[in-house]
Design a protein around this ligand. Structure first.
Ligand SMILES: [Fe+2]
Length: 582
C-alpha cells in the first residue's frame, strides 16, 4: 500500500506536466480566468544581430500592450499599436458570426522591438494587453536575435498554406520529427484571400494561418485532429509574396472573393485615372492619385501590415534580403495573377477575355499580368543585381533565393511562360470586338531569360519556390538547385504521361508545353524513398491530396531533406524520401 502510494506521488509531477502541456498547446493565448483572449500568440519577426521584433494581435483596442522579457521576466517594453486597415469578413467567411455582406472587422496589431540581445542567447518572453482592467497574457516563449555564423540551423521550407486541409498535420509532423526549428522560409500564398481576417486568425474549420504555425489549430482529417506546430513563437518567419497575398480592386460591397480576382494592371488603372482625374482629384493631390490607383488595381497592404520585414529602397518589403546565421536569404516578388486555363467563351482566363465583357474594358482581367517586374532593368532586377554584389551576399556560406512562381516544375502553373500577356483583338466588319486572346512568348520569359542567369552567375546555392502545389526538384547544368515544396492539399498534379496541361488547340505546343518541365530540365527522382506508380516505377514528384511534404535545410550538414507523411494512416511514420547537398 505504502509502495503503491509512493508510486502515485511520484507520478503526480509527470501528470501535472502532461496536463500543463495540453493546456499550453490547446488553450488560446490568455489567462484562464479572463473573459478576453489574445487573437494570436506572439511571434518573432526581423531579427538582427542584436534585436528581434515581437508581434501579436487582439480584437480589442485595449491599452498598455507590452512585452515582458528577460531571464527573470524582469524587463518590459511598451508595444506600438496599429489597426489593420483592410481586414474584413463576408458571406464566404467561416466564422461563428454570420455575415450577409462585406463588413469591416477591426484587428489591432502590437509590435515591440527587443534590443541589446547577445547572439546565441535565448531570452524568455511573454506579451500582455490590458482591457477593462484585465491583463490578458500569453504563455511564456523564448526569443533570440539572429544566430552567429557557424551556428547549426534547421530551417523549414514551406509554402502555399492557404488553409489547405493538410497544413495543420504537416506542421505538427515538422515539430514531432525535427523538434526545434530555427526559422521558417515561406514561399508565398499564406492564405487564400488576404483581406479576409478569419483566414489569418480564426477560421472556424480550425486551420487558419496563425493557429497552424502556433500549435493552436484544430483541424480534423478522418477524425484525427491536428494542432499544427508551435513554431513562430520561437523562430522568425520570412515570407514571400505569392498571388494570394495580392488583393484586387477595393469595393465596399462586392464579395471578397470577387475583389480578390478583380486585380488589373496598375497602368490600366492609371489610364482610367487620367481620364477622370479632374473629377476624382481636382487639386491634383499626389496621395489621392496613388490611393485611387491602388484601390482600382491591386495591393498587398494587409500582408505588409501583418509582417515586419526589411524595407527595400522603394520603402516596401515586396522584396528584401536578410542574413540569418550562415544564410543570406534573398526574397523576391515574382508572381502574377492566376487566371483559369479554361477555354469556355464566358471564362475570363489566362488565354482570353470573357465574351460577355468584350465591350467593357473596366471588367477585363488582362490575362495573367505580373504584379512587380523582374525583367532586366526593372527596379527589382537592379536591386537584385546590387544585392548579389553585396558583401553580405558574398560572405554568406549559403545563399538562398526564394520567390513564389516556379522556374522549373512539372506543375500546371508554369504555363504560359512568365511574361506580360500580349493581347490580340479581333473585330467584326462594324468594328465591334469579337474576341480578345492573350499570347505569352516563351523567349520573353523573365524568370528564365533574365533572373536565372543572374542567379547562376552569382552561384546561388538554392532557388526555392511554390505555386503548383506539389514537390519536385531540379538541377541545372550550371549546378543551380531548384526546389518546389508546396504539398499541403489542393494539388493540381504533375504533368507527365497522359496528364497534359490545358492549352488552347491553336496555340503552339513548343511555346505552351503540355508535358514535363517547359524549361527543359528533368525532374530528379528522390534519392532515398520515392513514391512509385502502379507499375512500381519511382515517381520524380509528390503531388497528392493525402500525402503531405515538408523540407528542412540543415546548415550543419549543408543538406535539404524532404519528408512525407500519409494522412490516410495517422499512426504511420514520417518518411525521409529525399536529401541533397547545396
Ligand atoms: Fe500561388
Amino acid at each position: 500500500m505504502l509502495l503503491r502510494n509512493f508510486h502515485f506521488f511520484k507520478i503526480i509531477p509527470t501528470l501535472l506536466f502532461i496536463l500543463t502541456f495540453f493546456l499550453v498547446i490547446q488553450m488560446p493565448s490568455t489567462n484562464s480566468n479572463s473573459s478576453y483572449s489574445l487573437l494570436t500568440d506572439p511571434f518573432l519577426q526581423f531579427p538582427t544581430t542584436s534585436s528581434v521584433k515581437v508581434v501579436w494581435f487582439t480584437e480589442f483596442a485595449g491599452v498598455d500592450h507590452k512585452i515582458i522579457y528577460g531571464q527573470n521576466l524582469d524587463k518590459e517594453i511598451i508595444a506600438n499599436t496599429t489597426l489593420l486597415s483592410r481586414t474584413r469578413e463576408d458571406q464566404g467567411s467561416n466564422v461563428k458570426e454570420d455575415y450577409y455582406q462585406t463588413t469591416r472587422r477591426n484587428i489591432w496589431r502590437h509590435e515591440g522591438e527587443i534590443i541589446g540581445l547577445n547572439q546565441g542567447e535565448k531570452v524568455p518572453y511573454k506579451v500582455a494587453s490590458l482591457i477593462d482592467n484585465e491583463q490578458v497574457e500569453s504563455n511564456i516563449f523564448s526569443l533570440s536575435s539572429s544566430p552567429k555564423k557557424k551556428t547549426p540551423l534547421k530551417i523549414l521550407l514551406t509554402s502555399d498554406h492557404q488553409l489547405k486541409p493538410m497544413v495543420a498535420a504537416n506542421l505538427q509532423k515538422v515539430v514531432e520529427t525535427i523538434g526545434k526549428i530555427d526559422a521558417i522560409f515561406l514561399a508565398g500564398d499564406l492564405v487564400d484571400i488576404p483581406d479576409r481576417s478569419s483566414e489569418w486568425f480564426d477560421d472556424r474549420r480550425g486551420g487558419a494561418f496563425f493557429p497552424c504555425l502556433q500549435g493552436l489549430a484544430n483541424y480534423s482529417i478522418d477524425n484525427t485532429v491536428y494542432e499544427g506546430g508551435q513554431l513562430i513563437q520561437f523562430a522568425p518567419l520570412f515570407p514571400a509574396i505569392g498571388n494570394h497575398e495580392v488583393m484586387g480592386k477595393w469595393s465596399d460591397n462586392k464579395r471578397l472573393s470577387q475583389q480578390f480576382v478583380n486585380a488589373i494592371p496598375k497602368q490600366v488603372a492609371k489610364n482610367i485615372y487620367l481620364q477622370k482625374a479632374d473629377s476624382i482629384n481636382p487639386d491634383a493631390d499626389p496621395d489621392i492619385e496613388s490611393n485611387w490607383i491602388k484601390n482600382n488595381s491591386f495591393n498587398t497592404d494587409t500582408y505588409e501590415e501583418i509582417f515586419s520585414l526589411p524595407q527595400n529602397e522603394s520603402d516596401n518589403s515586396h522584396y528584401y534580403a536578410i542574413t540569418f546565421g550562415d544564410i543570406r536569404l534573398v526574397v523576391l516578388q515574382v508572381t502574377n495573377i492566376w487566371r483559369s486555363p479554361n477555354l469556355r467563351n464566358s471564362v475570363e482566363g489566362r488565354y482570353q477575355e470573357s465574351d460577355r465583357e468584350l465591350n467593357k474594358p473596366e471588367n477585363w482581367g488582362y490575362g495573367q499580368h505580373i504584379f512587380e517586374s523582374i525583367e532586366k532593368g526593372s527596379e527589382q532586377y537592379q536591386w537584385l543585381e546590387k544585392e548579389l554584389k553585396s558583401e553580405a551576399f558574398k560572405e554568406a556560406k549559403y545563399t538562398i533565393v526564394m520567390f513564389h512562381h516556379p522556374a522549373h516544375t512539372l506543375g500546371g502553373n508554369i504555363v504560359p511562360p512568365y511574361t506580360n500577356p500580349i493581347p490580340n483583338t479581333n473585330y467584326d466588319s462594324d468594328g465591334n470586338i469579337t474576341e480578345i486572346r492573350y499570347q505569352y512568348p516563351k523567349k520573353n520569359d523573365y524568370i528564365i531569360r533574365d533572373l536565372i542567369p543572374l542567379l547562376e552567375t552569382a552561384k546561388v546555392n538554392l532557388v526555392f519556390y511554390g505555386h503548383s502545389h506539389l514537390w519536385n526538384r531540379f538541377l541545372s547544368v550550371n549546378g543551380l538547385n531548384f526546389l518546389e515544396s508546396s504539398n499541403v492539399g489542393n494539388s493540381y498534379g504533375a504533368h507527365l504521361g497522359d496528364n497534359k496541361r490545358q492549352i488552347p488547340p491553336d496555340y503552339s505546343p513548343s511555346n505552351y508545353v503540355e508535358l514535363g518541365d517547359p524549361n527543359g530540365l528533368k525532374a530528379i527522382i528522390p534519392n532515398l524513398s520515392p513514391l512509385t506508380d502502379e507499375n512500381n516505377n519511382p515517381l520524380p514528384y509528390i503531388a497528392s491530396n493525402n500525402i503531405t511534404v515538408f523540407s528542412i535545410l540543415d546548415t550543419e550538414k549543408g543538406t535539404v531533406s524532404s519528408y512525407y507523411f500519409d494522412t490516410r494512416q495517422p499512426n504511420s511514420d514520417v518518411i525521409k524520401f529525399d536529401e541533397f547537398t547545396i
